[in-house]
Design a protein around this ligand. Sequence first.
Ligand code: IPE
Ligand code: IPE
Ligand code: MG
Ligand code: MG
Ligand code: MG
Length: 382
Amino acid sequence: MLRRAGIPGAGSDSPTRPEVHRLEKTEPVMTHLAFSAHLNELCKDVDAALLDCLRRTAWPKSLLAAVEYSLMAGGKRLRPVLVLLANEVCGGRREDAMSAACAIEMIHTYSLIHDDLPAMDDDDFRRGHPTSHKVFGEALAILAGDCLLTLAFETVASAGINATQVVELTRILASAAGGAGMVGGQVLDLEAERGPFLKSEVEPHKSGRPQNSGCETSVPADQGSGGSAEFSEIQSSDESSKAYSEKNDSNRTAENRVGELSQIHKMKTGALIAGALELGAVSASSDAVSRTQLRHYGHCIGLAFQIADDLLDVTGDQTKLGKKPGRDADLGKLTYPGLLGIEPSRLKAEQLVQEACAAVDIFGDRSVWLKDLARFIVERDH
Ligand code: IPE
Ligand code: IPE
Ligand code: MG
Ligand code: MG
Ligand code: MG
C-alpha cells in the first residue's frame, strides 16, 4: 500500500507526512497530542475498513489495481474522520458509522480522479503520485471513478444498521454527491473557467422533459443550514444554475462574483463535507437539533476548506500538498485569492471557522475535536 501525507498525527508511519506543527501555535501540547492520537486511530480504522471493502470485490484485476491505487494512496481522510467525529459527539457507536465513512471517502476519491482528467483540471499529480489517468489511461481512470461511486452505495446499503437509517444515509450521500452538490458544483466551476456549456442556440427544456418533473433535488426546507447570512443562500441545483446564468448575462460586480464563487465552493466541496457531518449524526440516531448544528458546522468548514485549498494553490509546496500548485492560475479558475487577495481570503476562512466552532458549542466539552479539526482546516499546509 502506498503511504500518504495526512491530517496531523494520522498515518504517523508515513515517510511523506509533513511535520506536525500547525496547531501547536494555539493549542497546549497535550491537547494537540491527544487530537493527533485520536485522528491517527480513526484514520487507521478507516483504512482497514476501506481495504476490507476492496478485498470483497470480484472485479477485473486492472480495475481493482486502478481503484486501489487512488483510494489507498492516502489523503487526509477528512470526510470519513468527520463522519466518525460527528457520530462520536452524538454518542454513537463507531461501527455503525464506518460504512458511511468509507462510502464518502470512495465518492471523494472518485471526484478527485475525475477532477484530474484532461477534460477537467488536467492534473498530473495527486496524493503525491501521478494521477490515475497518467498511470492507467483515461478510459480506466474514468471507469475506476465510476466503480468507486457505485461501490460507495453498495457499501452504505450493506451497513449493519436499521433500514430507515440506511435509507437516510443513502439519501444524504446521493444529494451531497449529485447535481445539487458536488457534481453540480464541478459544472459551475468549469463554466466559471470556460463559459457556459450550453450554447445559446440550445434550448434545454425543449427536449421533452417537463420543467417541473416532480424530481426533487433541493434540500428540504426543514433541513436548512441554521440561519446564518452566509448559508441562507444555499440553493437547489435548478435555482443555482438559473442564478448563475443571470449573473453571467449581466455586468458582474466583484460582490456578485464572490457570491457566485461561494455558491460554487459550497456545492463542489461544501456539500460532501456537510454531508459527512450529517451521515455521522444519522448513524448515531441523533436528535434534530444536533443534526442541524452539525450540518451548519459542516457548511462553514466546507467553504473554509475550499478557500484554504485555493490559498494553498497559490502559497503551497508540491512535496507537502502532493499535487502541483499554481494550476488554478494556469487554468484561469475563479478562486478566493484570485478575487479577494490572500489576506482577505484568510480572514474569510478564519471567520467561517469561528462560526463553525460556535455551531458545535451545544456539545460542550465533547466538541473539542471538532473545533481542533476546524482550525486544522485553515492552518494546514497540505
Ligand atoms: C481535495 O480534497 C479536493 C478538494 C475538495 C479541495 P482533499 O484536500 O481533502 O484531498 P485528499 O483527500 O487529502 O487527497
Ligand atoms: C475539486 O476542487 C473539488 C472536487 C469536487 C474534486 P479543486 O479542483 O480545487 O481540487 P484540487 O485542487 O484539484 O485538489
Ligand atoms: Mg477542479
Ligand atoms: Mg482540481
Ligand atoms: Mg484546488
